[in-house]
Write a protein of this length. Structure first.
Length: 245
């Protein structure tokens, strides 16, 4: 199973030559070339969602729900040969079924989940935590863990992807690492994932893929991909190849 997490970067004119309209074609080409089985994406607005459907719809099923009236969401793209058994979007609060925000968070934060069938049924959870503080992110991470436990009542293997807006030594990431494997377990150190449309490669990650212990990591990668001098996003895509133990 080939899994990716990609923060797409919202579509804003202030990005100039890096605005989504100049990146979207290269992003679709990258995804189709890599042939990921499932992709967790962050920072997709309604217009970007329609672009994803247009560019990837022949190959992927795309699950999407906005977190509020502006519609930014955390879509999940699943290859068409993988059956979808269940799907949903919940908020990372005590009232997870309705649009809501924990105190101190700049925005409502959600998790989009999919129960994927096939020869190895598993759950896929995709999220984007707030950038307000480590305390806020840790609270949202704890809500995420509660949701995973409630949704995955079959105790199936599962994958978590997302932009967690925190470094590896944060309380947020330490909380998630207590009970999960990480994409970076198979790497020599931690790589930078947010580069802000620069050539930076040294630093620490804020994007992660976490795995339940039923998975074996075969390979993991940070994609330093450019197309005619333009980056796909202000985050490097990350991917992992896994198989069930």
């Amino acid at each position: 199973m080939h899994i990716a997490s990609i923060n797409l970067r919202i579509d804003v004119t202030v990005d100039g030559i890096h605005q989504w309209i100049y990146r979207r074609k290269a992003m679709m080409e990258f995804i189709l070339k890599e042939e990921f089985d499932v992709i967790g994406m962050q920072e997709a607005g309604p217009g970007m969602f329609h672009d994803l459907i247009s560019g990837l719809g022949d190959h992927y099923q795309i699950i999407y729900q906005g977190r509020d009236e502006r519609g930014e969401g955390t879509p999940v793209a699943i290859k068409k040969d993988l059956p979808i058994l269940k799907q949903g979007t919940l908020w990372l609060t005590d009232t997870k079924e309705v649009e809501s925000t924990i105190p101190g968070s700049h925005f409502p934060r959600i998790v989009t989940f999919v129960h994927i069938g096939g020869s190895t049924p598993f759950y896929f959870f995709n999220t984007h935590l707030d950038y307000a503080s480590d305390d806020i992110c840790k609270t949202q991470a704890l809500h995420l863990l509660k949701i995973i436990k409630q949704v995955n009542q079959e105790h199936l293997p599962y994958v978590i992807t997302g932009d967690f807006n925190q470094y590896p030594d944060s309380m947020t990431i330490k909380t998630l690492k207590k009970s999960h494997q990480s994409i970076y377990d198979s790497m020599n150190g931690y790589p930078l994932t947010f580069h802000g449309f620069s050539d930076k490669k040294e630093g620490l990650p804020i994007d992660y893929i976490f795995l339940s212990d039923q998975w074996l990591i075969k390979n993991s990668m940070v994609h330093h991909h450019k197309n005619q001098g333009i980056y796909l996003s202000d985050h490097y895509p990350i991917s992992i190849q896994i198989t069930k133990k």
